[in-house]
Design a protein around this ligand. Structure first.
Ligand code: PEP
Ligand code: CO
Length: 448
């Protein structure tokens, strides 16, 4: 229920992190009005479905696979990039179903992941200091004053690119692309080249024969053709979020209709800050990143503000400590949440605590660190009497070289070959598949 002291604008009275100063504030207002008059990108019915599935994930019946780019670009609104991202998420979810025997909630970081928090508001190169690049919803990456000046029109372009992306995804899925009877539709051209290809072929064959067997007995299983796909993004740039935050007919609450699942970043989760204020009033299921500076009492208080009725399916805690800190930080937080009986879903983001810079100045992550944080988190959660509800990864369906390691043993030297990200390094298709296989293996071995 919407709190009585909340409005879509009440955040404006609170201190806000990661704010952007526009040279022409009126132009920003105008852009918000323009987007607010356009149709919503998602519907409240879809959002409520996701909420129910997330509630079931808290009970251990579903597992969340949240993945995509660190930051989408407007250029990545392109059929090849979108389909390969869809394919990798579908392939991974197929493998995770096999390993976990759970239904998978597919949650793309897609169709709106356009705004980025930065550690510094400015960037200096030589004699020149300019505003930092903050994602295409705000400015452009080139190091010129013109490109780095925030341009409100990007809100309208961002909305349009999100709509185009979603339209493409919805049509693909409605046309049978995600049909579990046809995993061959998702094959990426290079699949046969990967070291692990034999392993996932075996998984596909096994799933295929199970489906076949069940359908012989029970008739066609229609749910297999109805794969759902949800979108998510960091709800960082509040003018964009409020532009589509509405009440809808026959429902009481306010929904942020730019996405199914917005999340609060680790840098903007202050309990008395603007982002927490905005998020507490919307009825979407939401995520909150939880990094190493979070204290147990603070976390419990935040869950009370963001989920006062303690509903299941409302709040996901997306923890990201890094391989060296997860065992020190996570247990105390889980213990406090369990003690206070707060309903949450724990999702591990093994990416953001594991970013390192190479001697040559490139941002990278090591496959083994990512995997190790995930496995440690899963064991800690079980030890504390709960379970890992999902994973949150930065990945792409492309053959990039941004993270090191994996079956092909990518090294720091390989990073120079095909590094495309403007922000954080992503797992490539092969590393992402391998990660899914290793998680599935572990999930399967726990059942044995
Ligand atoms: C991100 O998810 O890209 C991000 C910036 O994460 P965090 O808020 O955890 O730093
Ligand atoms: Co990132």
């Amino acid at each position: 229920m919407t709190p009585s002291d909340w409005t879509p604008y009440s955040w404006k009275t609170k201190p806000i992190g990661q704010w952007v100063d526009y040279p022409d504030p009126q132009a920003l207002e105008d852009a918000v009005v323009t987007v607010s008059k356009l149709p919503p990108l998602v519907t409240s019915g879809e959002i409520e479905n996701l909420r129910q599935q997330l509630a079931a994930a808290e009970e251990g019946r579903y597992f969340v696979l949240q993945g995509g780019d660190c930051s989408e670009t407007f250029e990545s609104c392109n059929p090849n990039v979108i389909t390969s991202k869809l394919k990798i998420l579908l392939l991974m979810s197929y493998i995770l179903i096999y390993g976990s025997r759970k239904q998978i909630i597919r949650l793309g970081r897609i169709a709106g992941q356009y705004a980025k928090p930065r550690s510094s508001p400015t960037e200096t190169r030589g004699e020149m200091t300019l505003p930092s690049y903050r994602g295409p919803l705000i400015n452009r990456p080139e190091f010129t004053a013109e490109a780095r000046t925030p341009d409100p029109h990007n809100l309208v372009i961002g909305y349009s690119h999100a709509a185009i992306t979603l339209n493409f995804i919805r049509s693909f899925i409605a046309g049978g692309f995600a049909d579990m009877h046809h995993p061959e539709y998702w094959e990426l051209g290079f699949v046969n080249l990967t070291e692990r290809s034999r392993e996932y072929r075996r998984i596909f064959q096994s799933i295929d024969s199970s489906i076949h067997f069940m359908e012989v007995i029970a008739g066609k299983i229609d749910q297999l053709t109805e794969t759902t796909f949800f979108c998510s993004h960091e709800g960082l740039h509040l003018p964009y979020e409020i532009a589509q935050t509405r009440r809808v007919p026959r429902r009481e609450n306010w929904y942020d209709l730019t996405t199914h699942f917005p999340w609060i970043g680790d840098r903007t989760r202050q309990i008395d800050g603007a982002h927490v204020e905005f998020f507490r009033g919307i009825a979407n299921p939401i995520g909150m990143k939880v990094g190493p500076t979070m204290e147990p009492e603070e976390l419990v208080e935040l869950t009370k503000v963001l989920n006062p009725q303690n509903e299941k399916g409302r709040l996901c805690l997306i923890h990201r400590f890094g391989v060296n800190r997860v065992s020190e930080k996570l247990p105390g937080l889980v213990e406090a949440i369990q003690r206070e009986k707060r309903n949450v879903l724990w999702i591990c983001d093994p990416m953001h605590g594991n970013t390192r810079t190479t001697p040559g100045g490139m941002k990278t992550r090591r496959f083994d660190d990512i995997l190790s944080e995930l496995l440690q988190a899963s064991s800690i959660l079980e030890r504390e009497g709960t379970h890992l509800g999902g994973i949150h990864v930065e990945l792409t369906g492309e053959n990039v070289t941004e993270c090191t390691g994996g079956a092909r043993g990518l090294t720091v030297d390989d990073l120079y070959r095909d590094y495309q990200s403007d922000v954080d390094p992503r797992l490539n298709y092969e590393q992402a598949m391998e990660m899914a296989l290793l998680i599935a293996e572990r999930q399967a071995s726990k059942r044995r």
